[in-house]
Design a binder for this molecule. Structure first.
Ligand SMILES: [Zn+2]
Length: 467
C-alpha cells in the first residue's frame, strides 16, 4: 500500500509503527452550524481510507475530534442568546446525523476539546518548562523559531514567512517576541467560556487541541494524520511544532491531505451564494450519491461540485444498484448445486476485477480507478448472470456488494418502511384480528418481520420496533 505523504511530497510504502495496527487522527469540524459539503470531503475520503485499511487486515484506531470551543461558536451563541455548549452539542448531534447519511463510520473516539483542557494545560506547561513557550500577561505563545524543523510539512521557509508577517508587529500583536509565534492559551474576554489555568482564566488556542487529543487517544507517535489541505499551514505545521517539542519524537509518519472543493468552478462561499450544507443536499439526493460523487475523483485532485455531476453520479450509482437487485432476483429461481465448468473458469475473471480494485486502492487510494473496476465487474455480471447457477450468481452479487462496502457505498438497498407505512399496516392487522381474519393478521406480522420490524402486543396496544 502506497500513500502520498505531504511532508516528503511523494508516495511512500505504508509501514505502520506497530505491525497490523494503524493509528490515525483526522481533524474534525468546528461545530457552530450544519456541516457544509467542503467539510464532508475529508470525512468521506478518510473514512474510505480507514475502510480500505480494515479490509486489508489492519486494526484501525481512528480518532476525529470536534472543536467545540471557538470564536464562531461563541458568536453564534451570543446571536441566539444561548450557551456555547448548547450550540456545540446541537451541531455535534446534527453532524453525526449527516455522517450516518453519508455512511461515515463513527470514529473509535470522537474527543471534544472542552473535555480535554487539563491535558492542554499540561502540554503547555511542559512547553514552557522546555523553553518552547512563554507567558505574556496571561497569553501563552509558542516560540516558533526555537523549533528547528518548523516549516517541514508546508515546505515554507521561516525567513520568507517572517518577511510576510512583519506587518503584524504594528497591529497590536507586539507583545509577541516574534511575529511568527502563535497562541497556545488566551485569556477570556467578557462573556466567553473559560477555564482556570496557571496563566489566566481563559481558553486554549485551536492548534494545541489536536496535539493533545492525538497524544491522549493514540500515543506520542501516530501513523497517519489527515485533514483538508487548508489545514497544512498553519494548523498542522503548528501541531507538529507543539507535539515534537513536547514529546521529543516524530509526531506522525504520514501526512495526508485532501484537495479543496469548488462549486460550479468557483470557490464555495456564503457571499457568492454557492454555499451548501450536507443537510441541504440531503433534501435533493440520497447522501450516498454525494459520497459516490466525491469518490469518483482522486482525493488529491480539486473537485468541482455541480448539479450535472451529481445527476450523473446518481445514475451511475443506480446502475450498480440495479445490477445487484437484478442478481438477487435471478438468484431466487436459479438452479441449486455446483457451478458449471465454465462458471468455475469465470470465477477467475471475477478475481481479476477484485485485484484491479485492490491495485487502485493500494496506489494512494485511487478511488476513481477502484470504481472503474467495480463497473467492469458490474458489466461482467450483467452479461453472465442470466441462466447461471445460484452459486455463481451469489458470488457475483457478494463481490459487488463487498467491494462497494469497502468504499462505504451501499449497493444493496434494503427497502425500508416509513413509520407511517408501518402504522398503517398495524392498523390493518388490528382490523383483521377484530374480524377474526387471523390468517391475514399473521401475514402482516410476517411481512413486517421480514423488513426487520417486530411487533409487541401490550396492554396499551401494539408497539413496534426496528431490528
Ligand atoms: Zn487539528
Amino acid at each position: 500500500m502506497r500513500i502520498f505523504n505531504t511532508e516528503t511530497k511523494r508516495k511512500e510504502e505504508f509501514v505502520p509503527l506497530e505491525p497490523g495496527k494503524v493509528r490515525m487522527y483526522v481533524c474534525g469540524p468546528t461545530v457552530y452550524n450544519f456541516i457544509h459539503i467542503g467539510n464532508a470531503r475529508p470525512m468521506i475520503v478518510f473514512d474510505t481510507v480507514r475502510r480500505y485499511m480494515e479490509y486489508s487486515g489492519y486494526e484501525v484506531n481512528y480518532v476525529s475530534n470536534f472543536t467545540d470551543v471557538d470564536d464562531k461558536i461563541i458568536a453564534k451563541a451570543n446571536e441566539e442568546g444561548v450557551s456555547a455548549q448548547e450550540i456545540s452539542e446541537r451541531y455535534i448531534k446534527e453532524c453525526k446525523k449527516d455522517m450516518e447519511g453519508m455512511n461515515v463510520k463513527p470514529a473509535t473516539t470522537h474527543p471534544l476539546a472542552t473535555q480535554e483542557i487539563d491535558g492542554m494545560i499540561d502540554m503547555i506547561e511542559t512547553l514552557i518548562e522546555k523553553g518552547y513557550a512563554y507567558n505574556v500577561n496571561g497569553t501563552v505563545y509558542f516560540r516558533t523559531r526555537r523549533f528547528r524543523d518548523y516549516g517541514k510539512l508546508s515546505h515554507k521557509n521561516l525567513d520568507d514567512l517572517r518577511a510576510g508577517n512583519r506587518s503584524l508587529l504594528v497591529t497590536g500583536e507586539d507583545q509577541k517576541e516574534d511575529p511568527l509565534d502563535f497562541v497556545l492559551w488566551k485569556p477570556k474576554k467578557e462573556g466567553e467560556p473559560s477555564w482556570p489555568s496557571p496563566w489566566s482564566d481563559g481558553r486554549p488556542g485551536w492548534h494545541i487541541e489536536c496535539s493533545v487529543m492525538s497524544k491522549k487517544y493514540l500515543g506520542e507517535q501516530i501513523d497517519i494524520h489527515a485533514g483538508g489541505e487548508d489545514l497544512i499551514f498553519p494548523h498542522h505545521e503548528n501541531e507538529i511544532a507543539q507535539s515534537e517539542c513536547c514529546n521529543g519524537k516524530i509526531f506522525s509518519k504520514y501526512w495526508m491531505h485532501n484537495a479543496f472543493l469548488n462549486i460550479d468552478n468557483r470557490k464555495m462561499s456564503k457571499s457568492l451564494g454557492n454555499f451548501f450544507t450536507v443537510r441541504e443536499i440531503s433534501e435533493k439526493y440520497d447522501l450516498q450519491v454525494l459520497r459516490f460523487f466525491m469518490l469518483n475523483a482522486h482525493y488529491r485532485s480539486p473537485l468541482n461540485f455541480s448539479a450535472e455531476l451529481m445527476e450523473s453520479s446518481k445514475n451511475a450509482l443506480e446502475r450498480i444498484r440495479n445490477a445487484v437487485s437484478n442478481l438477487s432476483f435471478l438468484m431466487e429461481s436459479a438452479p441449486e448445486g455446483e457451478m458449471t465448468g465454465q462458471e468455475k473458469q469465470d470465477v477467475q475473471a471475477v478475481t481479476e476485477y477484485r485485484k484491479k480494485f485492490e491495485e487502485a486502492m493500494d496506489d494512494d487510494f485511487n478511488t476513481a480507478d477502484a470504481i472503474a473496476a467495480v463497473f467492469e465487474l458490474v458489466k461482467f455480471a450483467n452479461s453472465h448472470a442470466a441462466g447461471a447457477t445460484k452459486a455463481f450468481i451469489a458470488l457475483l452479487h457478494d463481490e459487488i456488494v463487498r467491494l462497494c462496502d469497502v468504499l462505504g457505498i451501499i449497493a444493496e438497498v434494503k427497502e425500508e418502511l416509513l413509520d407511517t407505512e408501518i402504522e398503517k399496516l398495524i392498523e390493518e392487522r388490528q382490523a383483521a384480528r377484530k374480524a377474526k381474519n387471523f390468517a391475514r393478521a399473521d401475514e402482516i406480522r410476517n411481512e413486517l418481520l421480514e423488513k426487520g420490524i417486530t411487533l409487541l402486543d401490550t396492554r396499551e396496544g401494539v408497539k413496534w420496533k426496528r431490528a
